[in-house]
Ligand binder design. Structure first.
Ligand code: GDP
Ligand code: MG
Ligand code: ZN
Length: 296
């Protein structure tokens, strides 16, 4: 399923033909319903003896079955992806590291590999870029610096998308659609303007859509979002979703250390010594408080 449009599910077959489909009611009960990226079995309308309404060359049909999912992400809602590309702009809008770390936690929950893409580097000078780089160190994910405007890092991004099924995530206005257009000019995705007053992008990408990349690959462009709250995540699972904790947690005095208040916590110590990024650790604390408050 490649896109939800006007109450229909758009499905593309292996030959690239599209079908606008309704779905059997029971299928909508699975977690998240039917997601972009879901593999489905459809019954073509023509085969069912119904009149084919070939609107825009697309056939019609009914989704009869959802095939098992490899992964399922709820924010943004997408199934079967291998890789999440987290996009933040260095300016316009200012980076939201709290939101970034939330997205990274959700990606970790689904075991997705992550590429972090810092875009709009054309808007900052070398000095500012250096200070942002220092602020992020040590950064436990793959990181590239890009500009959809002047082409910096686009080749690297293209390489990383090759042969994989990826999703672009991040706030609106950071340049997700622009980056995809730069990677593959034929896509001609609509891009927005950033409002000078609110510093946020307008939601030009309204629906998530699965797009084919040449020579090989699939990517989902998504509308941006500005807030994420966690649902159904147990606080004791959170530490494992900060991959940089793993090398230290074994030395905590308590075996089930929450890394918040226990004495002899090696993770907290590492954060104090700068071996773990202190801003990431602070977000860990914040998220942990949020999750435990929810449990109570
Ligand atoms: N200066 C600069 N502007 C960019 C860059 N990438 C995107 N933009 C602009 O940022 C705005 C939002 O881009 P868009 O791709 O729609 O963001 P999206 O909401 O994340 O898909 C548009 O006006 C783009 O022209 C970049 O690398 N540098
Ligand atoms: Mg967009
Ligand atoms: Zn600890």
């Amino acid at each position: 399923m490649i896109r939800i449009a006007g109450g229909f599910f758009a499905v593309r077959d292996l030959e690239g033909r599209e079908y606008l489909c309704r779905a059997r009611g029971k299928l909508k009960q699975r977690r998240g319903g039917i997601l972009v990226g879901d593999r489905v079995l459809i019954q073509q309308a023509a085969e069912r003896g119904e009149k084919e309404q070939a609107g825009g060359g697309a056939g019609t049909g009914i989704i009869e079955e959802l095939l098992p999912r490899k992964t399922a992400l709820m924010r943004p809602p997408v199934a079967n992806i291998d890789q999440l590309i987290l996009v933040m702009a260095l300016r316009e809008p200012e980076p939201d590291w709290n939101l970034a770390d939330r997205i990274l936690v959700l990606a970790g929950e689904e075991n997705l590999s992550v590429l972090c893409c810092l875009n709009k580097i054309d808007l900052v000078d070398d000095e500012e870029r250096e200070s942002i780089s220092r602020l992020l160190e040590p950064f436990p994910y793959n990181l590239i610096w890009t500009s959809a405007k002047n082409g910096a890092g686009i080749g690297q991004l293209r390489e990383r998308l090759h042969g994989k099924m990826s999703v672009f995530a991040g706030p609106s206005g950071v340049g997700k659609s622009s980056l995809l257009n730069a990677v593959q000019p034929g896509l001609s995705l609509k891009t927005g303007t950033v409002s000078a007053r609110i510093g946020r992008g307008r939601h030009t990408t309204r629906h998530a859509e699965l797009l084919p990349l040449s020579p090989e690959g699939l990517v989902v462009d998504t509308p941006g979002f500005s807030r994420i709250s966690f649902t159904g995540l147990a606080p004791e699972k959170l530490g494992a979703l900060f991959p940089e904790f793993a090398g230290h947690a074994g030395r905590c005095s308590f075996r089930n250390c929450s890394h918040i208040h226990e004495p002899g916590c090696a993770v907290r110590e590492a954060a104090e010594m700068g071996k773990i990024n202190s801003r990431r650790y602070e977000h860990y604390r914040l998220f942990w408080e949020e999750l435990t408050a929810k449990e109570r």
